[in-house]
Write a protein that binds this ligand. Sequence first.
Ligand code: CTP
Length: 398
Amino acid sequence: MWAHRHVVVGVSGGIACYKSCHLVRRLSEAGATVDVVMTEGAAEFVRPLTFEALSGRPVLTSLWQPGSALQHIRLAQRPDLLVVAPATAHLLARVAQGLGDDILTTLLLARTAPTLLAPAMNDEMYANPATQDNLRILGERGLAFVGPEAGALAEGPSERPGRMSEPEVILAHAARLLNRGTALAGRRVVVTAGPTREPLDPVRVITNRSSGKMGYRLAEAAWERGAEVTLISGPTSLAAPHGVTIARVETTAEMEAAVRAALPGADVLIMAAAPADYRPESDAGTKRPRAEGALKVTLTATTDILEATRPTRKPGAVMVGFALETGEAEPKGRAKLERKQLDMIVVNDALEPGAGFEVDTNRVVILERGGGRHEVPLADKRLVAEAILDRVEARLGR
Ligand code: CTP
């Protein structure tokens, strides 16, 4: 989504400047054109040359530097987004008062693009009523904020907010701000992810090789498109994506209950999870000793969550299933699309290299009700998630 986007990153003078280098790098890597505008104080912490190397573009530090005439006005009005990180207490005060006493504040006075501020300061400075008043004024004028957060400050740990959000979190908020007005903005999206685990006894389980990566990337991408996202996750080692409400479950029955609870208000359900299809008929209660020899277990089928929760679906909601097959994937996927009464099914073949479980990439075909077929070539799961959400948005927009 960052390709062909023009972002201005304003940097004011706080120690968090070092994290802004990473932010600029991430934006550039993602394909955005990034112009960096620094205050004099920021240039005391990090040399402009560092940002020039990271963005590949000249950096503006003064209204009076040769070549900068009217640049601040151009940069105020051309970009898709302005991000100020860090935004110090002094910077916030100047912007709230409408001062234009350096290149960054002048640019912010003339801004027309959506603007995201990442405040960073000492916790007392943040709590100061003057700073709080300035934040309120800026919020009322439509500027958006990310953080600050509690945690380590330069002067030591703090329970109170002051620390600038991490570059990844700023990036996620920036994406969400840029995506205002897309079909998923404000929609309720439920995503399931990962395997489920069915106990044989208190120690042993039956599970499968799903890593949860596809579902987590979908939840992350849907939040960045402005959706309110509930992620229902089986056991995985993945960190919860920023902004997403996560419900952690263990068994297929628990996943079913969580889906049932989340579904009535949902505009979209994406069942990316691989719920265990079988569970031991009985849970032994205590650990079964190995000395008892061969083990015979009777497995019973678990509930099909998509089928069982069908009556709970909101009319018009978009239902997306996944089908991981091993051979003849498309005809099997098309049959599941019909049987489970879905709007869309994402089909992949576990036997293909780079697709399926435990890898960061996937190669899928999206089949839609009504006959649509979209091939997504081998790509990072985040890009596959974007392709799936493009199709979901197209259906929501109808
Ligand atoms: N699914 C579900 N409940 C289950 C098993 C699967 O809701 N107990 C969902 C999956 O999340 C997926 C879709 O159904 O979105 C297809 O899953 P898959 O395992 O391919 O289909 P099954 O119905 O289990 O069919 P089979 O195992 O016979 O291929």
